[in-house]
Design a protein around this ligand. Structure first.
Ligand code: SAM
Ligand code: SF4
Ligand code: SF4
Length: 340
């Protein structure tokens, strides 16, 4: 059974945040000094995550991405990967990580059956990395990326949030670095999601500008024609190189969005920009049956009319989505809680 929302969008993709904690402080995600963390006793254990994953699969989910916060901070993550990878209906099990702890964990994650890894990498310059993330962990991230191929991972991706005046001079360098990994680089437009309290439109480098910058270096760039609901549009360089752009801010892809999110404490969100979610932890811990959980999730998805990024696009005088005061009152509005 595949549930559809009011715009006939199926539920196929689930991003599971396994922790709201992080060992970096990226300026576009966690710019503050301190945060309100989710209470430990409310964090789902692996059995609970596995049970909910099954329920989601009954309703059409066949792709899961583990994320956070920083997912590699969650103790025993390979065990969760093993539980999920063992589910025959799951076609794709991926992980998004900042890479700091990847070198140590890559072999165990691969052995557990994790299919693919995406590492967030915004710069190749150590001092710039330290300024961007407020932690001096650049060398560890590069070591983590280098550990992926020897551990047996293929299909690696590198995600770069592009910001004007910050790292927009490194696009070609990142593509060249990606070839050596090997990994496909995807450039993400800076988004005004919860947590991005320092966002402003003048810092957004649009897809059109990124393509102009890259054409100056590489010559003609051709779009790859493919049927996909993936957020990245892919492009080929004249020399055969491929990269992606996720134009989430200037050309959002809500019309085909099949993605949803589960926070580490079991709240289900239908859209990255949604202000409210559906609590699944409460019913699960009270012993709700599989049918009851189906009804909760399918009912919420059936009413889904979210097109968050498109609605933001229509605003004039756009400012950050949520101000710091409200983020402190409700940490579920934070990107690092919701799971990027
Ligand atoms: N900590 C892990 C990492 O950084 O890969 C996983 C969680 S992080 C929230 C997931 C992704 O969200 C990262 O690639 C990050 O760059 C992206 N992200 C966070 N804030 C963003 C923003 N304001 N605009 C665009 N992407 C953002
Ligand atoms: Fe950076 Fe990811 Fe941590 Fe956010 S959750 S601060 S994007 S490493
Ligand atoms: Fe999907 Fe919401 Fe993002 Fe649009 S804004 S692509 S509906 S998650």
């Amino acid at each position: 059974m595949v549930v559809k929302d009011v715009y006939e969008r199926p539920l196929r993709n689930l991003r599971i945040s396994v922790t709201d904690r992080c060992n970096l402080r990226c300026g576009y995600c966690m710019p503050e000094e301190d945060y309100v963390w989710l209470p430990r006793e409310q964090i789902l254990d692996f059995e609970e995550i596995s049970t909910l994953a099954e329920v989601f699969m009954d309703l059409g989910v066949d792709k899961i991405r583990l994320t956070g916060g920083e997912p590699l901070l969650r103790r025993g993550l390979p065990e969760l990967a093993r539980l999920l990878a063992g589910k025959p209906r799951l076609r794709d099990l991926a992980l998004t990580t900042n890479g700091v702890l990847l070198r140590e964990q890559a072999p165990a994650l691969r052995a557990a059956g994790l299919h693919r890894v995406t590492v967030s990498l915004d710069t190749l310059r150590p001092e710039r990395f330290s300024a961007l993330t407020r932690r001096a962990s650049h060398a560890q991230v590069l070591e983590g990326i280098a550990a992926l191929a020897p551990a047996g991972f293929t299909g690696t991706k590198l995600d770069t949030v592009v910001m004007r005046g910050v790292n927009d001079d490194e696009l070609a360098d990142l593509i060249e670095y990606g070839r050596t990994v090997p990994a496909e680089v995807r450039f993400i437009e800076y988004m005004d999601v919860g947590g991005a309290t320092r966002w402003s439109i003048d810092k957004v480098v649009s897809r059109a500008e990124m393509l102009q910058i890259l054409e100056r270096r590489y010559g003609r760039i051709e779009p790859v024609v493919e049927e996909s609901t993936a957020p990245a549009d892919r492009y080929t360089l004249a020399d055969g190189g491929v990269f992606g752009i996720i134009a989430s801010t200037t050309e959002p892809f809500c019309a085909s969005c099949d993605r949803s999110r589960l926070t580490a404490d079991g709240v289900f969100y239908l859209c990255l920009y949604a202000q409210k979610g559906v609590d699944l932890r409460g019913p699960l811990r009270r012993g709700a049956s599989r049918d009851e959980l189906h009804a909760l999730i399918a009912g919420a998805w059936g009413r889904r009319a979210d097109r968050g990024a498109e609605e933001r696009l229509r605003l004039r005088d756009r400012t950050p989505l949520v101000q710091i005061g409200r983020l402190r009152e409700d940490p579920h509005l934070e990107m690092h809680t919701r799971g990027g």
